[in-house]
Design a protein around this ligand. Structure first.
Ligand SMILES: Nc1nc(=O)c2c([nH]1)NC[C@@H]1CN(c3ccc(C(=O)N[C@@H](CCC(=O)O)C(=O)O)cc3)C=[N+]21
Length: 295
C-alpha cells in the first residue's frame, strides 16, 4: 500500500480563504477581529512562526499586532502587557508564544490571559470547558488535526485512536477531542511500556512527541491514518545552512503501511495557524454577541 498524502497546506489555504470571506462580512457590521501575539526572546523557530501568524492574520483581513520583548523581560512586565491587551477592546485574541525563556513562569502567564481572549485554549477555564464538553476555545494544533481527520474519515465513532505525547498544548486536548468524537482513546508517552505495540493497535495514530522519525513503519497498523504533529529540524548536511524538517514519524516507511499520512512540512503546521485565525474570529464574535457567519 502507498498511503495517500493528506495535504494540510491546501486544506489550510481553503480554510483561510473562508475565514477571510467571513471577516469581510463582519467588517461591514463594524467588527474587525484583532489578534495580538507576544514573543519573548529570540528563538529562531518561534520568530518564523510568529511572522507567519502576523502575515496570515493580515491577509485574512484581521488586525494583527506582534509584541516583541527581550529574553530578560521581567515576569511583572510581561503580566502588565497582558493586562493591557486584556483591556484593549480592539484585541480579541492573545497568544503568548511558547516556550518562554527560562525565568518566566508559563503557567502564571497563561492564567493572566482573559479566558475569552485565550485563542491558544490553554487557560484552565478553556481546558475545563473542553473537558466537560462546554463551549471552549480549543488549542489550535489539535483542532487542525481533527479537521484533517474528519475530512478524510468522516465519522470517527468507534475508531481506536492512539495519541503519542501528553502535552497541554497538544496531546491532552487531542485526546479530549477524539473522545468527544467517540473514539476509543489511548494516550501514550515516553514511559509507555511496549510503545510500538500500543501504536500498532491504532486506526488513528497521532504523533506529538518531538523526536525526529521515532515512529517506524512497523509501529503502524496497515491501513491506519497517521497524523504527524512533530516539527523537528535535523542537523544541517555538510555544505547546507539549515537542516531539513522532519516529523515524529519515519515518513517513507510509514507511507508503505498506512492508508493516509500528513507530511512535514505541509501537514499539520499550516492548519495550526488557520485554526488560530478561526479561534480569533470565534472570540471576536462572542465578544460582540454576533453569530458566526462561516463561509
Ligand atoms: N503559544 C503557542 N501556541 C502555538 O500554537 C505554538 C507555540 N506557542 N509555540 C510553537 C508551536 C509550533 N507552532 C507551529 C505553527 C505553524 C507551523 C507551520 O506553519 N509549519 C509549516 C512550515 C514550517 C517551517 O518551514 O519552518 C509546515 O509544517 O508546513 C509550525 C509550528 C505553533 N506553536
Amino acid at each position: 500500500m502507498t498511503a495517500d498524502i493528506i495535504d494540510g497546506k491546501a486544506f489550510a489555504a481553503g480554510l483561510r480563504a473562508r475565514i477571510a470571506t467571513e471577516v469581510g462580512g463582519l467588517a461591514t457590521r463594524g467588527l474587525v477581529p484583532g489578534l495580538a501575539v507576544v514573543l519573548v526572546g529570540e528563538d529562531p523557530a518561534s520568530k518564523v512562526y510568529v511572522g507567519s501568524k502576523e502575515r496570515l492574520a493580515r491577509e485574512a483581513g484581521m488586525i494583527s499586532t506582534v509584541h516583541r520583548l527581550p529574553a530578560d523581560t521581567a515576569q511583572a512586565d510581561l503580566l502588565a502587557l497582558i493586562a493591557t491587551l486584556n483591556a484593549d477592546p480592539s484585541i480579541h485574541g492573545i497568544l503568548v508564544q511558547l516556550p518562554l525563556p527560562a525565568g518566566l513562569d508559563p503557567q502564571a502567564v497563561v492564567m493572566a490571559i482573559d479566558p475569552a481572549k485565550d485563542v491558544d485554549g490553554l487557560h484552565p477555564i478553556n481546558v475545563g470547558n473542553l473537558t466537560i464538553g462546554a463551549p471552549a476555545l480549543v488549542p489550535c494544533t489539535p483542532s487542525g488535526c481533527m479537521m484533517l481527520l474528519r475530512d478524510r474519515l468522516g465519522d470517527l465513532s468507534g475508531a481506536r485512536a492512539v495519541v503519542v505525547g501528553r502535552s497541554g498544548l497538544m496531546g491532552k486536548p487531542m485526546a479530549q477531542l477524539l473522545l468527544a468524537a467517540n473514539c476509543t482513546v489511548t494516550v501514550a508517552h515516553s514511559r509507555t511500556r511496549d510503545l510500538s505495540e500500543v501504536c500498532r493497535t491504532a486506526d488513528i495514530l497521532v504523533a506529538a512527541v518531538g523526536r525526529p522519525r521515532m515512529i517506524g513503519g512497523d509501529w503502524i497498523r496497515p491501513g491506519a491514518t497517521v497524523i504527524d504533529v512533530g516539527i523537528n529540524r535535523l542537523p544541517p548536511e555538510p555544505g547546507q545552512e539549515k537542516g531539513r524538517l522532519v516529523g515524529d514519524v519515519d515518513f517513507d516507511a510509514a507511507r508503505a503501511v498506512a492508508a493516509a499520512i500528513t507530511p512535514v512540512p505541509g501537514g499539520v503546521g499550516p492548519m495550526t495557524i488557520a485554526c488560530l485565525l478561526d479561534n480569533t474570529v470565534e472570540a471576536a464574535c462572542r465578544a460582540a454577541g454576533l453569530e458566526r457567519q462561516r463561509a
